[in-house]
Design a protein around this ligand. Structure first.
Ligand code: PXL
Length: 281
């Protein structure tokens, strides 16, 4: 039986598709049972709406997963995203220790910022804590901004070359994970993409796609969730990357072509059919 279960630990931004409201539908579409632990409830995400509410759920996390432990629950994957506080990082570390077995795939999306800047409520001390969570991951999926934060490098938005990216990926893997996947990597004007490194096989992969004008909220969450869905379906990393990049691109294109307010997230729903077809399920 190849049924898979993921424990997804992210916030719920009630409006503005990102984090759990993206991870849950995409992983479900990938045929994966998704057990969720909300880290916080916000009226919207923190990127672009004034006056959002924020209810911290730190005190709920450990009771929830401790209950699951008493039920003998096993997880094929643990997937963490936006973390609402420094204390939550320590609790996440305990959650990973509690559920990680030999074949449990731990995916950490170190959500901290974009375009060279921290998201609201993230600071330098938080980065330190995020490094230790990344150390217990099998795969991490930072964007370029987050990778620079993790590696304590100045943010470079363009003008770098492939050896700079390969070096960065290797340093990210040296923090602990077998795989590092960097999104938003652009070596030429109209192309962007994701670059990955498998430290066990010493293998570098770059999956390019065209640039669509604009800034698209939640695209990192769509990408990471689609990537995990592919990995959970037994796809190799190169194919998983290709599936996730092209799914994200098609969601971005749809959002762009409809002229949507991009703060509300990607129009991913009507692209799920193609995603399922690519997974062959
Ligand atoms: O998409 C990343 C994300 C997740 N959760 C919250 C956010 C953001 C990015 O702004 O604010 C609450």
């Amino acid at each position: 039986m190849d049924k898979k279960r993921v424990i997804a630990v992210h916030d719920i931004s009630c409006m503005g598709r990102c984090s759990l409201t993206v991870a849950l539908p995409i992983l479900s579409a990938a045929g994966v049972e998704t057990s969720v632990i909300p880290t916080a409830v916000l009226s919207t995400h923190t990127g672009g709406f004034e006056g959002f509410t924020f209810r911290d759920l730190t005190d709920e996390i450990e009771p929830v997963f401790s209950h699951w432990k008493t039920l003998g629950v096993k997880a094929d994957s643990i997937y963490t995203g936006y973390v609402g506080s420094h204390r939550q990082l320590e609790i996440l570390s305990r959650l990973i220790d509690a559920f990680k077995e030999k074949d449990t795939f731990v995916l950490v999306d170190p959500v901290m910022g974009d375009a060279g800047r921290f998201y609201t409520s993230i600071d330098a001390r938080f980065v330190e804590g995020m490094r230790s969570i990344c150390a217990s991951a099998d795969m991490i999926v930072p964007n370029l901004t987050e990778a620079c934060m993790l590696l304590d490098l100045p943010y470079v938005s363009c003008g770098y070359d492939e050896s700079y990216i390969k070096d960065m990926l290797k340093k990210l893997c040296a923090m602990g994970p077998r795989y590092a996947v960097l999104s938003g990597v652009s070596f030429e004007k109209n192309t962007t993409g994701a670059a990955a490194y498998d430290s066990e096989r010493n293998e570098y992969i770059y999956c390019p796609c065209r640039v669509v004008e604009g800034f698209y909220h939640g695209s990192g969450d769509v990408f990471a969730s689609a990537l995990l869905g592919a990995v959970m379906n037994g796809k190799e990393i190169a194919e998983s990357l290709d599936i996730a990049v092209n799914f994200t691109l098609s969601c971005i294109c749809r959002t762009h072509d409809l002229g949507c307010d991009t703060r509300y997230g990607l129009e991913f729903e009507k692209e799920l059919g193609k995603y399922i077809d690519r997974l062959g399920i």
